[in-house]
Design a protein around this ligand. Structure first.
Ligand code: NAD
Length: 289
C-alpha cells in the first residue's frame, strides 16, 4: 500500500547521533505501510544537548513516540514521566511512548534479544547463562533475562576502571529480581570454563568481533563450546563473527544480533500501534542492509 501523508498522519522518530546509517526508518515505515497505519518514522540528528527539547516535541507535536540510540539512552531517563521496570533497572531508555502527553520510557533491547532466541528454538527460562561484556547491550539483556525468569547469570568482563561500578550495578539488578547475577574477571579462564559447562547459553555482548576488532574473539579457548550449548553474539556486522564461526564449527546452535535488532524494533512498534510488526516483510530489509 502506498504511504499517503494526510492531515492525520502521526510521527514517530529516532533521536540519535550519528544517525544517517540507521535502518530503523526503513523498518518502521515499511511496517506502517504494510499495515495501512497513517504514520511516518523519521530520523533526527539529536545529541545530548538537544535531547530535552527533542523529547518535549513528542508532547508538543502529539507524536506517537520515539526511539533513542547513542548517545541518548541514559540521558533520556531524567526526562521521562514514567519508566518501565526494565528501563528503571537498566538505567536507559530506547523507546518512548506518548499517552496524552505522558511519556513512558521503555527499553526493548532486552526483550528483542529474548525473542531472538525463539528463532533458534532455545529456552533459557529457569536456567543458567553466561554473558561476556557488561556494557549497555549486556545490561539490557541481563535485566530482561532476570525479569523473564532466568535463574542464574554469570557475567564476565575485563577488569577495567568500570569493573567495581558494574559489580554494584549487577548486585542491584540481582537484588531487585529473582536472578542470581555475579561479575567475574574475563581473565579467569578456569572459572569461565566451569560456568560455561553449567550454562545453556554463552553470549558475546562486547564489540569484539566487529570493526575495528574484526577477526578477534572474546574467548580464545573454544574447547569449552559443546554441541548442546547455544552461542549468540549481539554483533550483526559481520553477520557471522569469528566467535560464532568457531562455535558453529563445534556444533553449537548460533545466532547473531540481527534478531535482537529486529525484535527491539518490533517491540517499540507494538507499543506505539498496538499492532504486531509484520516480521516476514521487515526481516529481509535488515538481513540485506
Ligand atoms: P558498551 O561500550 O556499552 O560496552 C562494551 C562492552 O564490551 C564492555 O563490557 C567492555 O568492557 C567490553 N569490551 C570492549 N572491548 C573489549 C575487549 N577488547 N575485550 C574484552 N571486552 C571488551 O557497548 P554496547 O552498547 O554494550 O555495545 C556492545 C556491542 O553490542 C556492539 O558491538 C554493538 O554494536 C552491539 N549492539 C547490538 C545491538 C543489537 O540490536 N544487536 C544493540 C546494541 C548494541
Amino acid at each position: 500500500m502506498e504511504n499517503t501523508i494526510t492531515g492525520h498522519t502521526r510521527l514517530a522518530a529516532l533521536f540519535a547521533t550519528p544517525i544517517r546509517h540507521s535502518v530503523s526508518p526503513m523498518i518502521h515505515n515499511t511496517a506502517f505501510q504494510a499495515l495501512g497505519i497513517d504514520a511516518v518514522y523519521l530520523a533526527f540528528e539529536v545529541g545530548t544537548d538537544g535531547l530535552e527539547k527533542a523529547i518535549d516535541s513528542i508532547r508538543n507535536l502529539d507524536m506517537l513516540g520515539a526511539n533513542l540510540s547513542m548517545p541518548n539512552k541514559i540521558a533520556a531517563v531524567e526526562y521521562m514521566d514514567e519508566l518501565s521496570e526494565a528501563a528503571r533497572l537498566i538505567g536507559a531508555v530506547n523507546t518512548i511512548t506518548n499517552i496524552d502527553g505522558a511519556l513512558t520510557g521503555h527499553n526493548t533491547d532486552g526483550t528483542g534479544f529474548m525473542r531472538s532466541l525463539e528463532d533458534i528454538d532455545v529456552d533459557i527460562i529457569g536456567k543458567k547463562i553466561t554473558i561476556i561484556g557488561a556494557g549497555g547491550a549486556a545490561t539490557a539483556i541481563i535485566v530482561q533475562a532476570a525479569l523473564d525468569g532466568v535463574k542464574e547469570i554469570t557475567v564476565y568482563n575485563r577488569k577495567d576502571e568500570f569493573y567495581e561500578n558494574i559489580k554494584e550495578k549487577l548486585a542491584y539488578i540481582s537484588e531487585n529480581t529473582k536472578c542470581s547475577i555475579t561479575l567475574n574477571d574475563l581473565a579467569d579462564k578456569d572459572k569461565l570454563a566451569k560456568d560455561v559447562k553449567e550454562s545453556t547459553l554463552l553470549l558475546n555482548a562486547t564489540g569484539v568481533g566487529m570493526k575495528p576488532l574484526e577477526n578477534q574473539t572474546p574467548i580464545q579457548d573454544f574447547s569449552i563450546i559443546r554441541p548442546d550449548l547455544a552461542v549468540c553474539d549481539v554483533i550483526y556486522t559481520p553477520q557471522e563473527t569469528e566467535f560464532l564461526k568457531q562455535a558453529r564449527l563445534r556444533g553449537a546452535k548460533t545466532n547473531n544480533g540481527l534478531g535482537m535488532l529486529l525484535y527491539q524494533g518490533a517491540a517499540a512498534f507494538e507499543k506505539w500501534t498496538e499492532k504486531e510488526m509484520p516480521i516476514a516483510i521487515v526481516k529481509p530489509i535488515i538481513e540485506n542492509n
